[in-house]
Design a protein. Sequence first.
Length: 64
Amino acid sequence: MNITGQPPASLLDSVLNAQSTRTDMGIALLKKAQDVQQQQGAAMIKMLEQAAPPPDDGHLDVYA
């Protein structure tokens, strides 16, 4: 008995749809992680550019 008027989906179709959904979610998560890394990298570069320059004598005081 087919109430919806559509043929019943096979088990293979259901499995493939579920796998496709998992793949799409994984790709979206990876893209989000890449975006976060790019933002953090840009923030780090900006922070380093705004940092005070080293002293003119060329030596860095690492004990300060």
